[in-house]
Design a protein around this ligand. Structure first.
Ligand code: MTE
Length: 409
């Protein structure tokens, strides 16, 4: 655990978008003006009525889960490979701070740096570094958690996500490696811990501080991005404006939003997000839990509402998506009879690592009654979705084939 004092931006000043910024944003066009118009940080309330989330959350696109909003998997239908920001899931430990980029700065500090052991970067300085663009999925470690309970009869704690705590976006920003080098990272550095600017997270009456999760230096220097754009637009407030971490293929908590500071340490770092949470606890694991979670797993979803109704005797065009953190998806099979028979789905994209592949399969149900639709992915690393997932008490990394219940009439 870090014992050093924690420098970083003055949080009291960060709620305001300066007047000059508003004028600049207005000049930049309507989309930009919209962020400025949202005004100072305060209790954000989306038009859908969720305290803490800024963007609208219409019920046809989102299911509200506490401070979070899950994308309805049916809302992926008709979207391309990229998930539009207005239907991208939101996972907030507390609430979205509405920050202005002119007062924002990133502080990199700690024993793993040489020289003055601290470097500050303004938003403008970050934007002047060589940009990098990368398509990657962002997925909560607990995506699919609901099915431990509903499909396997194993209760778990945490937000009961179905399969919509994922989205794929085109992220643009700078390499974390470039920033760390400019800050003077040394060979002694072992861990790097980005921290958010949102409020302290209180769990069970204990203040755990602001969300932060250490990354090993090897990951930080490899493919991690400090992103300022999502799908060609500046990051929306809810997704980390002005700058967030994007750690491709890793559990979503590694992609810290509203980045404030990054500790670079020559000794291993930890936080409640690696000791209490985001570790596997349960019968299959040692008492102290597994090692902290890193990579995501493999999953598939139909783009269908739970309980969808189909007409017997007609051909229906089923669509869905599959993804894996270990490699590109190589094959997707579907079953329309509860898993008795399987056939290949037609892949509609060239599969890529860290993205999903869209697929389709036609189905003509013969008889009225309940039916179960299943989809099973295999990736280039040889992983295939299993029939059941190994239980852990917090319901992380669900990877089993989901039985999607529908009705034929
Ligand atoms: N960063 C901060 N500062 N605060 C948060 O609550 N939530 C994390 C991560 N980064 C979080 C954060 C979790 S658990 C996930 S899954 C992703 O952000 C969700 O990103 P999104 O809300 O942009 O979809």
């Amino acid at each position: 655990m870090s014992t050093a004092t924690t420098p970083g931006p003055d949080r009291s000043r960060l709620g305001q978008v300066g007047r000059r910024d508003v004028l600049k944003l207005l000049a930049a066009g309507p989309a930009a003006a919209q962020w400025a118009a949202a005004g100072p940080a305060a209790a954000a309330v989306s038009p859908g009525g969720v305290p803490g989330i800024v963007k609208p959350l219409p019920p046809e696109l989102f299911t509200i889960r506490g401070t979070n909003a899950e994308t309805n998997v049916s809302a992926f239908a008709g979207t391309g490979r990229l998930t539009p920001a207005d239907r991208f899931f939101v996972r907030n430990h507390t609430s979205t701070p509405r920050l202005g980029e002119s007062d924002w700065k990133l502080t990199v500090w700690g024993s793993g740096l040489g020289g003055g052991r601290r470097a500050d970067f303004t938003y403008g300085q970050l934007r002047s570094l060589p940009p990098v663009t990368r398509t990657a999925f962002l997925e909560c470690a607990g995506n699919g958690r609901n099915y431990f309970d509903t499909q396997q009869g194993q209760p778990v704690i945490g937000t009961p996500w179905t399969l919509g705590a994922i989205g794929v976006a085109r992220w643009r920003g700078v390499r974390l490696a470039d920033v760390l080098r400019l800050a003077g990272i040394t060979d002694r550095a072992v861990d790097v811990m980005p921290r958010g600017l949102d409020d302290d997270f209180v769990a069970g009456g204990v203040n755990l501080g602001r969300p932060r999760k250490p990354l090993p230096v090897a990951k930080a220097m490899n493919d991690v991005i400090l992103a300022y754009e999502m799908n060609g637009e500046p990051l929306p407030y809810d997704h980390g404006f002005p700058v967030r971490v994007v750690a491709p293929s890793w559990v979503g908590i590694a992609s810290v939003k509203w980045l404030a500071d990054i500790e670079v340490s020559d000794t291993p770092l930890s936080s409640p997000w690696t000791t209490q949470f985001y570790r596997l606890f349960g019968e299959a694991y040692p008492p102290e839990g597994s090692v902290p979670l890193t990579r995501q797993t493999i999953k598939s979803t139909f783009e269908l509402a739970e309980g969808a109704v189909f007409e017997a005797g007609r051909i229906h065009h089923l669509t869905g998506r599959s993804w894996s953190a270990a490699g590109a998806v190589r094959r997707v099979e579907v079953s329309t009879d509860g898993g008795a028979h399987w056939r290949p789905a037609k892949l509609r994209d060239t599969p890529h690592r860290d993205s999903w592949v869209r697929w389709s399969a036609d189905w003509r149900p013969r008889h009225a009654g309940p039916a179960e639709l299943l989809a099973r992915a295999t990736d280039t690393a040889g992983n295939t979705q299993p029939p059941t997932s190994v239980h852990n008490t917090q319901g992380y990394l669900f990877d089993a084939v989901v039985r999607h219940r529908v009705t034929v009439r």
